[in-house]
Design a protein around this ligand. Structure first.
Ligand code: SOE
Length: 380
């Protein structure tokens, strides 16, 4: 019999919807030891949070997250709020003995992230960070191939995350939806928002990053601030590129921007190994491109694997072979793995300590760009 697990979600934006959708669907497709009960949604605006709760089926609402944490009927807290609130909420949630599912990036910076790690480890509460792209079946398959040694020694890791939604100088910074442009709320720009995903996947697939050299640019230096109504300096990075050495000796090249006209969410990565290479593209997320030099010469070429068969990661739980799934399913998979891990008493990755590694790389990037020098990534 599956046990109820009572969830309280904080925040009702894009991620509030993605996570709620996952909670609602997960037990229809996966056989799990527990099932999420949508107990409470929490946000400051009572009317908006009530509308969200009604739409997604939350039983109650709160307008103060501290009240939510005091509730005895809540087992797990889902943090879907801007980055500058993650630490305070997560540390208090750990002290209140709640399990925590926290949006990415873990924190505003490494030192803040470390406090969060220490809080969950001291309280011994299950915890996870929503780096959802690990659980796109084609990306999980890439991990399987790398771990099986199919690529052999890895030489290169290349990743991009390109968007184009902030090119207009009229776009304000701050407030609902646009807090990602406000450094006080976000901590950084594309580095923490987009490269964080690329780094999480890279560390997962190819191990830790040892040293790096980065550059950032803020193309639009001033924007009106939604909260103050005044034109204010923009503190986020609009674009960031870095190259690096991984701990395994391979070289990495990463680029992210919100100024690549024509690209909406072009997350791509490519890994080149001694025997084989793989490529993945979020715009075509169910495909994994694979080239194996060991194939017979006349047949050698890039294979485009349609990752939709029953023996592909997660796919046996969905439709029949050949029918694809999408972006939202990566969140369903994360909840499924989290509940499965809870049942077995096992930590599921990326937990706070694991996501802290990404945070340290983000700090090194910003430091390198600011000081125009190669930077060692601190070991967590
Ligand atoms: C920003 O536009 C954003 O929504 C990120 O915040 C997400 O993490 C990324 O997955 C897609 O882009």
């Amino acid at each position: 019999m599956s046990k109820p697990l009572n969830f309280g979600i904080i925040g009702y934006g894009f991620m509030g919807r993605a996570h709620s959708n996952a909670y609602r669907k997960v037990n229809n497709f996966f056989d799990l030891p527990s099932h999420p009960v949508l107990k409470a949604a929490c946000a400051r605006d009572k009317d908006k949070v009530k509308a969200f709760a009604d739409k997604w089926g939350y039983e109650s609402v709160e307008t103060d997250w501290r009240k939510l944490l005091e509730r005895k009927d809540i087992d797990a807290i889902d943090i879907c709020t801007p980055n500058n609130t993650h630490a305070e909420i997560a540390i208090a949630a750990a002290q209140a003995g709640k399990m925590i599912l926290c949006e990415k990036p873990l924190a505003m910076n490494g030192p803040e992230g470390l406090k969060m790690v220490q809080a969950v480890e001291k309280a011994k509460v299950p915890n996870i960070v929503w780096y959802n792209y690990r659980r796109v079946p084609a990306v999980t398959l890439a991990k399987q191939l790398v771990d099986e040694g199919k690529l052999g020694k890895i030489f290169h890791y290349r990743a991009n995350f390109l968007q184009d939604w902030t090119i207009s100088a009229d776009l304000p910074q701050g407030g609902a939806g646009l807090w990602r442009l406000d450094v006080a709320a976000a901590g950084s720009g594309v580095t923490g928002d987009l490269l964080a995903h690329c780094i999480d996947t890279a560390i997962w697939l190819n191990g830790g990053i040892a040293t790096l050299s980065a550059m950032t640019e803020t193309f639009i230096k001033e924007r009106k601030h939604t909260l103050t109504g005044k034109v204010e300096k923009v503190g986020i990075d609009d674009a960031c590129s870095f190259f690096c050495r991984f701990q395994n000796g391979s070289l990495g090249l990463f680029e992210s921007t919100r100024y690549a006209r024509g690209h909406k969410a072009l997350y791509t990565f490519e890994i080149n190994g001694e025997h084989a290479s793989i490529k993945w593209d979020l715009h075509d997320l169910h495909r994994l491109e694979y080239f194996d030099h060991r194939d017979q010469g006349i047949l050698r070429g890039w294979r485009s694997i349609h990752v939709t068969d029953g023996d592909h990661p997660y796919m046996g739980k969905w439709w029949v072979p050949g029918l694809q799934i999408g972006y939202e399913h990566s969140f369903v998979h994360q909840v499924a793995d989290f509940l499965e891990g809870l049942g077995k008493g096992q930590a599921v990755q990326p937990d706070f300590r694991n996501a802290y590694q990404t945070q340290l790389v983000l700090d090194a990037i910003l430091d390198s760009a600011k000081n125009r020098k190669w930077t060692e990534v601190a070991r967590g």
